[in-house]
Design a protein around this ligand. Structure first.
Ligand code: HEM
Length: 170
């Protein structure tokens, strides 16, 4: 319960709780959350599909600069997501749909690190219509699956509120 109390205090002391409970606060932040996910899936998702072999005529080097907009989308979602959480933490902290969403984001982060540490250099050196090496295709598939789980988890959050009786491991 300490986590919920701490997050509640942050929400009230920061004024975010007050803003989110105005008529347009929550809908505005929810809309920003959707803009963030669109930016992320519209760029990182596209890059993943190209790595998986779709759109072979599109040079990978031409798509990669778009990934920074995906990062911006994720940061926007981290901010707006945090605003949701500190405005009503008891709805999320014990919510299995939210926990699965966070787990999928952690796996997506590790997967991204593996790509940039192990595969990015090899992929950048490929010719425009080359077939991407299998490890990079598997990393791209994992990325796409993770973001789809994040979206599904986000959408399912509302169906597992409040979660005390759902969360036997809490
Ligand atoms: C650290 C990052 C994130 C946090 C903390 C977070 C948190 C949340 C929370 C708390 C909600 C529930 C909002 C509500 O109760 O109305 C939510 C909804 C949602 N989130 Fe996120 N989120 C994050 C990132 C993402 C990302 C990256 C995506 C997509 C790729 C995403 C997709 C969604 C979707 C689709 C919903 C459902 C909105 C609805 O239908 O009402 N979120 N998120």
């Amino acid at each position: 319960m300490l986590l919920v109390e701490t997050l509640t205090a942050v929400g009230h002391n920061s004024g975010i709780f007050g803003f989110m409970n105005t008529q347009w606060g929550w809908p505005f932040v929810e809309s920003l959350h959707f803009i963030g996910l669109t930016l992320l899936l519209g760029t990182v998702g596209l890059f993943d599909l190209r790595l998986m072999g779709l759109g072979r005529g599109i040079p990978i080097k031409a798509l990669h600069p778009l990934v920074r907009f995906g990062v911006a989308g994720f940061l926007l979602n981290a901010l707006t997501g945090f605003m949701f959480i500190i405005s009503d933490p008891g709805q999320y902290v014990y919510n299995p749909a939210f926990q699965i969403k966070v787990l999928a984001m952690i796996i997506a982060g590790i997967n991204l690190a593996v790509f940039y540490l192990v595969m990015a250099k090899k992929v950048r050196a490929l010719s425009d219509d080359a077939i991407v090496p299998l490890p990079a295709r598997l990393i791209a598939m994992t990325s796409l699956c993770c973001w789809c789980v994040v979206i599904a988890g986000g959408r399912l959050i509302t169906f597992y509120r409040p979660p005390e009786f759902w969360c036997f491991w809490c």
